[in-house]
Structure formats: structure tokens, C-alpha cells
Design a protein around this ligand. Sequence first.
Ligand SMILES: Nc1ncnc2c1ncn2[C@@H]1O[C@H](COP(=O)(O)OP(=O)(O)OP(=O)(O)O)[C@@H](O)[C@H]1O
Ligand SMILES: [Mg+2]
Length: 405
Amino acid sequence: MPRPYGNLQLLILLAIVKFNICKSVSIGRTTMQKHKILAIDDEQAVIDTIKEALIYEDYEIISANDGEQGLQLYSIHQPILVILDLKMPKMTGLEFLERLKLTPLDPGIIVLTGHGSSDEIEKCFNNGINAFMKKPFNFYELVGLVRNIISLKSAMLLLHNQKLKSLGMITAGIAHDFNNILMGIMGYIELAMYDCPANSSIRHNLENALTNTKRAADLTKQILTYTGNRKSIVTALNLNQFVTENTQILKSSISQKSVLNFNLSSNLPNIMADMSQIQEVLINLTINAAEAIGEDTGTITIRTGVQTCDDAYLKSCCLDEKPSPGLFVYLEVSDTGCGMDQETQKLIFDPFFTTKFIGRGLGMSAIYGIIKGHKGAICIDSAINIGTTIRILFPVSNNSASGDT
Ligand SMILES: Nc1ncnc2c1ncn2[C@@H]1O[C@H](COP(=O)(O)OP(=O)(O)OP(=O)(O)O)[C@@H](O)[C@H]1O
Ligand SMILES: [Mg+2]
């Protein structure tokens, strides 16, 4: 494709604009990370041209030659912008967009096509794309569009993160004060119980009041965990021993139709963890597994093991802040239950997201907060009607000497 300007002119122009744009684009990411752009086109020549047009920009460009591969790279890399072709083998651009179900906080999309009909383009806009360009495209138009969309998305994400942060602070403050009030109420109930004869109906009512107040206190604890404001007591913990000690609690939390299996790997290094928080993780995962099996018969398997994780594997995990690659100890709960579709998997860590009538939707969000606090990672593998495997990875620290016998 001919370039409309000479290389030197292009370099000077881009250097000037880049200085201004970089300031706004760098918001919403750490200074070390480049914004990622995913280019999806079955013609390698088009991808090469996109790379050439953006050569002086500070972006990391990832490419895919069909929609299916694009979708995989999209979930691994979480780009801020996708440049998408419409006519592609395996999965068209439109199918790709329909699978993503974009929201305003998702990446920006520029559709780049040579033959798209106006009907198709209208459908693309209805599916949330930001801009459309016809091939062959002008380098400067593409650069300008890319910069504008990235700075818009960065600003939106920054605003959203700030809002979440403020909301987290308000929620943690309320939960903390509320918890203190509940402690007072529980104290007074216990005092009142002393003055009641053992078999009086007042004592029975007070016991019920105490149980419900404890439940409310547990709820505030979960909120504090999610917002990262719960105090933790970190000690060296051997997961095998810990799982074995909790077998009885786990068995009593699941229905009799589910079979509980253990597959605990020997020579497991210790992890540095808060025992009560890890118990919460294990119980929540096991209850979810049992609830996914429901009234049917099924199997829940709890596994432990050691795994070396590289960057690519950790990128596929669910936590926003990925731990550094290295050696991890894992705790995994898998079930043969109903499984989850992609849409549900995206939402399970959102506080109050639930698909259960009686559920509260706080279990997985508490797990998220706990694992974030332990600098670990969460990997989910789930398929409808087949089951779910949730693997929690804990970094092996230098002072976590082997605790296995
Ligand atoms: N093992 C699983 N199999 C299938 N779906 C699951 C599994 N684990 C979690 N989910 C889905 O994620 C949702 C959120 O889970 P989460 O534990 O946060 O809340 P909940 O179980 O609905 O309520 P609770 O607050 O009582 O735990 C569930 O409602 C369910 O749809
Ligand atoms: Mg749950």
C-alpha cells in the first residue's frame, strides 16, 4: 500500500502528536505495561500494514488470522483495542462481536473491511464497535482513530476504577462500623442469656437472635475480605494437612449424593497463608461444587499439587493483578455439576452475582479478595453439563519450607 507521506515527515508528525497523546494514554495502566492492540485479519499483509502504521506508537500488537484464534488471544491478553476484519474463515468479525457482547468498559473495536455491506456495518455498530474504516486505509486516519479510542477507553477505565475504589472504601467503612455495632448487640444478648433459665422460651428466642447476629457478622467479614480490609494472620500452612483436618466440615457441607474424593500430592511445600481465610475458600468452593451437582449424583474432587506457571498460563487466570511466574502450590476443587457458560464465568467474582434463588453471591467475591491478598491466582475451567474445576494457586515463598511428611 503506498504511503501518502514520506518517512521523515511521518516520523516528525508522529513524534509531536505522540508526546501529547502518551500523557493521556498512559493512564489506567502501570508505566511498565504497554497498551495491547489485537489485530485480527486473515490476510497477513493487512496485519503487517497495521503494524507498520503503528510502528512509532508505544503499543504491543498481537495478531490473529481468524476469529477463533482472535477470541482466544482476546481472553488471554485483554487488549484495550481490537482492529477487526469482517470476512474471515472459521468465525466472521460479526460472529466475533456477537460472542463478546461488548459493554462500554470492554475494549474499543475498529472494524476494517474491504467489502462490508451497509447492513453488516450497521449490525457491527449495534454490537458496540467504536469505528469503521474501509480498506485500503490511510495510515494517519488509523493512527488518529487508534489514539482517540485508546485515550477514551483509558479515561473511562480510570474513572470506573476510581469509582470502584471509592465505593470499596465506603463499603469497608460501613462494614467495619456495622461489625462493631453487631459485636455490642451480641454481647448484650449473651448477658441477657445469663439471666434466663435454661429451658425458658425467652432464652430460646435469644439464642436464635444470637445465631442471626453471628450470620450478619459473617456477612460483614465477607465484605471486608472482598474490599481487602480484613486483618489476616499469616502463618506457614501445609495444604494437605489442612485439607485432611477439614474433611469432616467439608463432608457435612455437601449433600449425601455427592461423593467427596481427595487427591493430595506428596512433598507439598508450605504456603504462607491465613488459615481461617483458606478455610473459607475451601468451604465456599466445595459448597459451590455441591450446589452445582444439586440433587443429582456426582463427584467432587479436592486436589493439591505443585505447578510451575509461566506468564502465558498466569495471564489466563482470573485475577486482575497477575502474580510473577514461578513455582506455585495449588488447591483445586472440581465437580461433575452443571458447569458454567462463558457469560457466567465472567461474572462470578462480582459481589452479589448469583444464579441461585437462595444464593447471596458473595462466596466467589470473598475468594477473590482472599486470593488477591495472598498474591495468588485463580484459574477456572468449566463446561456446561460437564463440570467445573477451580484451581487456586499460591506462590511458594522462600521461607515456605516443605511441610509434608
Ligand atoms: N462449581 C460451580 N459450578 C457451577 N457454577 C458455579 C460454581 N461455582 C460458582 N458458580 C456460579 O457462580 C455464582 C456465584 O458464586 P458465589 O459462590 O459467589 O455465590 P452463590 O453460591 O450464588 O451464593 P453464596 O453467597 O451463598 O456463596 C453462582 O451462583 C454460580 O452461578
Ligand atoms: Mg457460593
